[in-house]
Design a protein around this ligand. Structure first.
Ligand SMILES: C[S@@+](CC[C@H](N)C(=O)[O-])C[C@H]1O[C@@H](n2cnc3c(N)ncnc32)[C@H](O)[C@@H]1O
Ligand SMILES: O=C(O)C(=O)C[C@]1(C(=O)O)C=C[C@H](O)C=C1
Length: 246
């Protein structure tokens, strides 16, 4: 069970956001209160993912898997093939510890494996049908994003997909400000965070989470080689994209 997120109630001074043990301990609570429609997105993703899995020998890689929530959701889908292999990658040992606890049965059954790995240095990736990057590319330095996507593109089988979820900016400054205001209001009213907590987290994420516009993400995906790119879900400053390796 994850603890209730009170991280930014306690923080006294501005510190950069990191996925350390303190964040890992509260992450499931934090993410479900901070990403609008988080659970619904997990459901939509599992539906889309099984559409692209072969009956036999399906492989799914989740980059920035955190506590393993997405991997667990996929295995619970009624159409998930029984011999599927899922691999979760993350560069935070604290997050992977939580994932190990959540997925212990699936790990023992060799359905799931977890790897400590930095997205900037992905090596020996298996050939996969589906790759997932949920709210993770936004933490990679902009200069490195294209090469991360190329590495993932190269690991995918033709006909395979990448699901890319990101916090995004609007190209229109007025709308962008409005979306952010509505997001902060959402976190207060629905997430139960105070204005102070929101402000502190915003400062902690500055220069750490660097959002791109939707069109910039599309360009990155195209440059990496993907075709048939679409946004299957959007909520103000959050977007969920699908990209196919044709
Ligand atoms: C917002 S969380 C992702 C949430 C998760 N995908 C989900 O759906 O619940 C971002 C994750 O990416 C990981 N991460 C950030 N930068 C990374 C990097 N360079 N390489 C690998 N993992 C990274 C963090 O440790 C964290 O677990
Ligand atoms: O709380 C925010 O402002 C967020 O941006 C949420 C967000 C993300 O979108 O990646 C950032 C950090 C993690 O707590 C999980 C989600």
């Amino acid at each position: 069970m994850t603890d209730h997120d009170t991280l930014f109630q306690k923080t006294q001074h501005a510190e950069d956001f990191t996925f350390d043990e303190r964040v890992a301990n509260v992450f499931d609570d934090m993410v479900s209160r901070s990403v609008p429609f988080y659970n619904e997105i997990q459901r939509l993703q599992s539906d889309l993912i099984v559409d692209f899995l072969p009956e036999n020998s399906a492989v799914v890689c989740d980059f920035g898997c955190s506590t393993g929530t997405t991997l667990e959701h996929i295995t619970q889908h009624p159409k998930c093939p029984s011999d599927i292999k899922l691999i979760g990658y993350d560069n935070s040992e604290a997050m992977l510890d939580k994932a190990r606890a959540k997925l212990d049965k699936l790990i023992s059954a060799q359905t799931v494996s977890l790897c400590i790995a930095d997205l900037n240095n992905l090596q020996d990736l298996p050939t996969c049908n589906v790759a997932i990057l949920n709210w993770t590319l936004q933490f990679v330095r902009p200069i490195d994003r294209e090469s991360v996507l190329k590495t993932i593109f190269n690991a995918l089988k033709p006909g395979g997909i990448l699901l890319l979820s990101e916090k995004i900016l609007s190209s229109d400054a007025v709308l962008n400000r409005l979306y952010i205001e509505h997001y902060l209001q959402y976190k207060t009213e629905r997430g139960g965070y105070s204005d102070t907590e929101n402000q502190r987290k915003r400062e902690a994420l500055e220069n750490i989470l660097i959002p791109y516009r939707l069109d910039e993400n599309y360009t990155l995906l195209e440059r990496a080689g993907f075709g048939r790119i679409d946004t299957y879900f959007r909520w103000f400053n959050f977007a969920n994209m699908i990209a196919v390796k044709l």
